[in-house]
Design a protein around this ligand. Structure first.
Ligand code: SRM
Ligand code: SF4
Length: 570
């Protein structure tokens, strides 16, 4: 059907907003100039996402301001596009400076290997966007119904192929960027497109995708990118000589769901084929085009690629993909994942340089009390000549450090209250929480601000049972959208209401199995009462090397979830 034949009224209202936006312009520019309000128009907030920014309001003061008849305390979140999560020390310094000058003084590493700023007010938005672009990074397509930040295993464990795989992830990211000049026009005062010469989106078309789209590249044995949670994934496969042979292709992962709506569910991706490295960009492009054409544009709750995959079946996706490519793919090859967590401390790279993974609690880089992480990393960036890599577990790797520089990096950390040898418990290091309050408009319960104190309690239980060295993957989110991939937590907490969470158990330690609902709508006392005996039994009854997620299934607490579609089955 040509675009002109489409009945936009029959589709989700966002489709019209995109269609009528003149390739993502809308009235954003006029809205920014309006000094009467700290907000922009509702329809523009949807378009602004494609530019990498969300309008938010401070939920801590929402009710008080409403009482005083004041408009909400609006500010903007800005998310960077940083394919594979890599930046230079110079970029780090510039990004840190922007955080202090224009945002809330923190840098927030996200669960997709990039940074977010919170608290940027409307009149600073343009200056901040420009400052980000001055660092040679940008924010385009960090949010919105397009392909997002492409992730790539940051861990240099397989460092021989890391740089090659990293280059492919950048190429995929670049290839799938929107082509509209709206971004340059609005934020960088680029030339306006001359009248009569409209923009053209060769991959996306004028209505972009039905919904957000996510790609990751994993380098086994690490599944640190949680490959199965992505719409499209590439799993690096090496040959006998340890060289990159190609990628297994995965399709149909996603986490988001809605409480009480069983038509929505998290789903793990299927491995459907193998492609050579030089075929990966074409595969990505055709899968995106397939979702553009077949994704649901009527019901946004059914619009993610995971539902397209379930509706048509993974076999059909492969044959439609091959049809579009004009050639056949090979069958998937063998691979093995060990874990979806990060390895902390120093790892030696094949290049003779060291890589230090630093735990950042819930990704928030800030100075607080004795732990002055923001300043420490600033000091490190001043002397470091390698790079920084953000991890999908919200941590940072100080990467490519020469042997003689290691003591200096460690000394800077120690001077700022961070112990490089033994910082934090195994459970804390395996935990993640999404942002939630006060900035996230969708939060139903606390997450980032609450998980640390809950982990204190879980740590105490682990210690009582002699398990302080054992990792359990704990994930928390403030709502069921799944931003910290909670359905891949061996213990998952999903916000239901203030102070209340659904407790999920039993995900696989390699990120290969979803968990299952165990208790609904419970507060901290009930959570602790549930976990205490469970952890006690785990200490006594677990088999050699048995992860907690496997144990709770064997011990009968929950049944294993074998497919997204049966996630809600007991
Ligand atoms: Fe997310 C919406 C934060 C990763 C699924 N996510 C949001 C918004 C923008 C809220 C909103 O729409 O108003 C949150 C902004 C909070 C704030 O104040 O900053 C938000 N998501 C995040 C981040 C920052 C969480 C974090 O703590 O790090 C992550 C940013 C990643 C990035 O750099 O791009 C983040 N979000 C994820 C992930 C994890 C992933 O991609 O691996 C998921 C689950 C995977 C998936 O997409 O299925 C995820 N976010 C969602 C959803 C549910 C989508 C769905 O299919 O239903 C929403 C809501 C929506 O899209 O309608 C959402
Ligand atoms: Fe907000 Fe929910 Fe995402 Fe948490 S999971 S950041 S509460 S949308």
């Amino acid at each position: 059907m040509s675009n002109d034949d489409i009945d936009l009224d029959a589709l989700d209202p966002t489709e019209r907003i995109k269609h009528d936006s003149n390739f993502l312009r809308g009235t954003i520019e006029q809205g920014l100039a309006d000094e009467v309000t700290g907000a922009i128009a509702e329809s523009d907030t949807k378009l602004l996402k494609f530019h990498g920014s969300y309008m938010q309001d401070d939920r801590d003061v929402r009710a008080a301001r409403q009482k005083k008849k004041l408009e909400p305390a609006y500010s903007f979140m800005i998310r960077l596009r940083m394919p594979a999560g890599v930046c230079t020390p110079q970029q780090w310094l510039a990004l840190d400076d922007i955080a202090t000058r224009h945002a809330n003084g923190t840098l927030r590493i996200t669960t997709r290997q990039t940074f977010q700023y919170h608290g940027v007010i409307k009149r600073d938005l343009k200056t901040t966007m420009r400052a980000i672009n001055d660092t040679l990074l940008d924010t385009i397509a960090a949010c919105g119904d397009v392909n997002r930040n492409v992730m790539c295993s940051p861990n240099p464990y397989a460092s021989e192929i890391h740089s090659e795989v990293f280059e492919w992830s950048k190429r995929i990211s670049d290839h799938l960027l929107p082509r509209t000049s709206a971004y340059h026009e609005i934020w960088l005062d680029g030339d306006k497109v001359a009248g009569g010469e409209p923009d053209f989106e060769p991959i996306y078309g004028p209505r972009y995708l039905p919904r957000k789209f996510k790609i990751a590249v994993a380098v086994p044995p690490m599944n640190d990118v949680d490959i199965y949670a992505n719409c499209l994934g590439f799993i690096a496969i090496t040959d006998d000589k340890g060289e990159l042979a190609g990628f297994n292709v995965t399709v149909g992962g996603g986490m988001g769901m809605t409480h009480g709506d069983t038509a929505t569910y998290p789903r793990l991706a299927d491995v459907i084929a193998f492609c050579r490295p030089d075929q990966s960009v074409a595969v990505a492009k055709q899968i995106v085009a397939l979702q553009r054409d077949y994704g649901d544009r009527v019901n946004r709750k059914h619009a993610r690629f995971k539902y397209t995959v379930d509706d048509h079946g993974p076999e059909w996706i492969r044959s439609e993909l091959e049809h579009r490519l004009g050639w056949s793919l090979e069958d998937p090859r063998d691979f093995h994942f060990e874990s979806n967590a990060d390895r902390y401390g120093w790892v030696d790279g094949a290049d003779g340089r060291g890589h230090f993974t630093l735990f950042v609690e819930n990704g928030r880089i800030k100075d607080e009390g004795e732990c002055r992480m923001l300043t420490a990393l600033r000091e490190i960036a001043r002397v470091h000549d390698g790079e920084f890599r953000m991890t999908p577990n919200q941590n940072v790797i100080i990467s490519k450090v020469a042997d003689q520089d290691r003591p200096r990096i460690e000394a800077i950390l120690r001077d700022h209250g961070i112990d490089p040898d033994a910082d934090r418990s195994a459970v804390r290091r395996s935990s993640m929480a999404c942002v939630a309050f006060p900035t996230c408009g969708l939060a139903m319960a606390e997450s980032e601000r609450y998980l640390p104190s809950l982990i204190d309690r879980i740590d105490a239980m682990m210690a009582e049972n002699g398990l302080q060295e054992d990792a359990i993957i704990v994930r928390m989110t403030g709502c069921p959208n799944g931003c910290a991939r909670p359905y891949l937590g061996e213990i998952g907490f999903v916000g239901k209401a203030p102070g209340k969470y659904n407790l999920y158990l039993g995900a696989g330690f390699q990120g290969q199995r979803l968990n299952k609902l165990y208790r609904e709508n419970i507060g901290e006392p009930e959570i602790l009462a549930e976990l205490e005996p469970m952890i006690g039994r785990y200490a006594k009854e677990r088999e050699d090397g048995e992860p907690f997620g496997d144990f709770v299934i064997r011990a009968g607490y929950v049944h294993a979830t074998t497919a997204g579609r049966n996630f809600h089955h007991v």
